[in-house]
Design a protein around this ligand. Structure first.
Ligand SMILES: [Zn+2]
Length: 79
């Protein structure tokens, strides 16, 4: 298990406005995924630090692939 490319930190992610992550099963044949509120993790933690910590609840595969959920650009200016 070595292929966890370095990813951005939660702090960097929050700077983009994203507040949630989606965690994918490491096994692409399973592709179970779950969205989670990112507020429980500290700013200095990297998404890639968290990936090995998840175990799939469906197939039992250890490890995961995590992406931030981008916030859609807000439409209009509100004025
Ligand atoms: Zn799985």
């Amino acid at each position: 298990m070595k292929d966890y490319p370095t990813k951005i930190t939660f702090g960097q992610m929050r700077e983009t406005g994203a507040t949630s992550i989606i965690v994918f099963c490491k096994d692409y044949r399973c592709s179970h995924n779950v969205t989670m509120d990112a507020s429980r993790w500290p700013d200095e933690m990297r998404l890639s630090d968290l990936e090995p910590r998840f175990t799939c609840t469906v197939c039992g595969q250890r490890g995961s692939s995590i992406r931030s959920i981008d916030v859609p650009a807000k439409m209009g200016t509100g004025r």
